[in-house]
Design a protein around this ligand. Sequence first.
Ligand SMILES: [Fe+2]
Length: 319
Amino acid sequence: MTAIGGFQAPTSGEGRLGVHSIGEFVLSVPAPEKAADFYGAFGLDISDAGGQVALATADGYRWGRVVGGPRKAMHHVAFHCFEEDLPRFKTHLEGQGIRLLSPPPGFDSNGLWLADPDGLLVEIRVGPKTSPDSKAAPAPFDADEAARCAPYRRLAGRARPRRLSHILRFTPDVERMIGFYARALGLRLSDRSGGAIAFMHAIHGSDHHILAFARSEAPGLHHLSWDMPTLDSIGVGAIAMADKGYRMGWGLGRHVLGSNYFHYVRDPWGSFSEYSFNIDHIPARTEWEPLDHPAEDSFYLWGPDMPPEFVFNAEAAQA
Ligand SMILES: [Fe+2]
């Protein structure tokens, strides 16, 4: 591992400007009804939001909407900031020469809209801090003696994600995306592997990454990652998805960068949803030094061989 040149340690925290969370994603696909089946099976609550498929966790928070469109593509991603920071962001973005856009039709809001270098529409708006302030204490492994610790399969219940953890996007230029999201949104680099992959966190306390980039010939969505309460719930979710026909994916394994346990399930459009457990946390005001890691550490610590479709960019293929 090598330290990345030019690293600037965070200052005290006061006055620093940065979004604190992912608020919501909106995904456009040719057949939104498939989203209801896939994400419902995955463990999310599905509802109709005026002809859009809304995806929520059990606490009622709506993390995403799926809308109809000619091809699969992320329509936009909304990031949340603190209320006092929204006017600061407007001044900051204008000072950076970043053009502010009108909201897209049907998505009127008081947020700030801009396009990233790959053309993805991004909104910065005031909203609740969905990223955790601290790392959730993992449930203890079964410690009881003289007991049958595993639940009966019929009683295992439904795997239920707790929250969206991160979004990983394909991009032709990882370096450019790191620079843009640091400069415009105040994200910080957590770790990277050369120009192949990079992970970024939010400065007010978040998972090791809320946004990540992997190099590809074209922009696209690689995966949405969902935080799970236990390692066991990853397995319960994975087998439930397989039972429903969603057999393609990758896992169980453990990443090095972020440290999370994973199982990825391929969605109907060739991208993935990830069951994730116990990802590293970067608290607010942490002097986290990003490192540049060798390629062998950029994918996984252990797990089955990675299937070739895992690095397939379906959006490049449909372009
Ligand atoms: Fe992930």
